[in-house]
Write a protein that binds this ligand. Structure first.
Ligand SMILES: *Cc1c(COP(=O)(O)O)cnc(C)c1O
Length: 389
């Protein structure tokens, strides 16, 4: 057979950098600040809720296609209590196998071959692959470093819209830069979407991980946006159970119905007992979310200060699990080479941001570190990284 096995749409993607870097961490005994998963599980009572559901025989057989009613109600209540957004749990909420499936199902459902999809670059790695699987064309709009943070150039976004643009794929708080789009920026995105009649799929899995005085504003809460926005949430990051893969979308009945058409043939359903546990998690008191934020922002400070002392230029994140750094003050330019040598040099693994770019050269000197790890692990990483200075 001369024809390549992997089809043309996926051929460019290879295996994810996370597999390579996690293997490198294991082989060298390095501290893995590459992949963004917490090294401590979420609340004990929520773990127990999953055990109870499993023992009681709730969710061990196929749950309902749209998700169990308890979870859909909890998602609707969460959107109302936190953001004043009202969604009908029966027609306007869909439970998915993590945000990952929500992204895939939304793009497969809403994009025709040839449609253009605008995404903020650097972007989460599944976006490009899912746009490709849907037969769409991705159009990156690059967030650029400016005065210690990454910013969206609204003129560039506006200029990226063509007659073939179908949707904007947004992510705020933003992985990997830690940028939280402001109400002003989101208002400009909303006005553009309305003017050009675009849909928006917005990945808000870090909605509760915002620091200092940053505020998460759901795009769907802006005037005129509810009917054209698919909002994606997930229990993974908010409750520190990334292995459970419970996510959801909230959107109009028409959009939910479209996304469900794709979702039903991807996984049909998933995570039965965990859905019951996440329904309880979404009802945790505000103190849970406050503590999560306070602990994570202290970890952000610890790692950011350590990286600055080691000689990196640090872009202080306003949200998420991640801090992006510039390696040029350390005399390096190529993030790939830097990350491949870092385990030998300092016993730490990080991710080169270039993997999140179409314009690889725009991302070349940037490297991402995750701070969703135990304080003592971050302290050890910081002390190892000091060798670089
Ligand atoms: C982690 C992550 C996801 C995946 O969420 P799951 O619920 O684990 O599938 C999606 N989007 C972004 C930006 C992420 O960082």
């Amino acid at each position: 057979m001369t024809r390549p096995l992997l089809n043309r749409r996926l051929a460019e993607f290879g295996t994810t950098i996370f597999a390579e870097m996690s293997a490198l961490a294991a082989r060298t005994g390095s501290i893995n600040l590459g992949q963004g998963f917490p090294d401590t599980d979420g609340p004990e009572e929520i773990r127990e809720a999953a055990v109870r559901a499993l023992r009681d025989g709730r969710g061990n057989q196929y749950p309902p296609g749209p998700g169990i009613p308890e979870l859909r109600q909890a998602v609707a209540d969460h959107q109302r209590e936190w953001y004043g957004l009202t969604y009908d749990p029966d027609a306007e909420v869909l439970v998915t196998a993590g945000a990952t499936e929500a992204i895939a199902a939304a793009l497969l459902a809403l994009v025709e071959p040839g449609d253009e999809v605008i995404a903020l670059e650097p972007y989460y790695d599944s976006y490009a692959a899912c746009v490709a699987m849907a037969g769409g064309t991705r159009v990156p709009v690059t967030l650029r470093p400016h005065e210690g943070a990454y910013v969206l150039d609204l003129d560039e976004l506006r200029a990226a819209v063509t007659d073939r643009t179908r949707l904007i794929l947004l992510n705020t708080p933003h992985n990997p830069t830690g940028t939280v789009l402001t109400r002003g920026e989101l208002t400009a995105v909303a006005e553009l979407a309305i003017e050009r009649d675009l849909l928006v799929v917005t990945d808000e899995v870090y909605e509760h991980l915002v620091f200092d005085d940053a505020e998460h504003v759901p795009l769907a809460s802006l005037p005129g946006m509810r009917e054209r926005t698919v909002t994606i949430g997930s229990a993974g990051k908010t409750f520190s159970f990334t292995g459970w893969k419970v996510g959801w979308i909230t959107a109009s009945p028409e959009l939910v119905s479209a996304v469900r058409s794709a979702k039903q043939f991807l996984t049909y359903v998933s995570a039965g007992p965990f859905q019951y546990a996440v329904a309880e998690a979404l009802r945790l008191p505000a103190s849970y979310f406050d503590t999560l934020r306070a602990e994570l922002s202290a970890k952000r400070d610890l790692l950011s200060e350590g990286l600055a002392q080691a000689g990196f230029e640090v872009y202080r994140p306003a949200g998420t699990y991640f801090v992006t750094t510039d390696i040029r003050p350390l005399g390096a330019e190529d993030g790939f080479a830097f990350c491949r040598s870092l385990p030998e040099r300092a016993g730490v693994v990080a991710i080169p941001n270039a993997v999140f770019y179409d314009h690889r050269e725009a991302g070349a000197p940037f490297v991402r570190f995750a701070f969703c790890k135990k304080t003592e692990v971050l302290e050890e990483a910081v002390s190892r990284l000091k060798q670089l200075a």
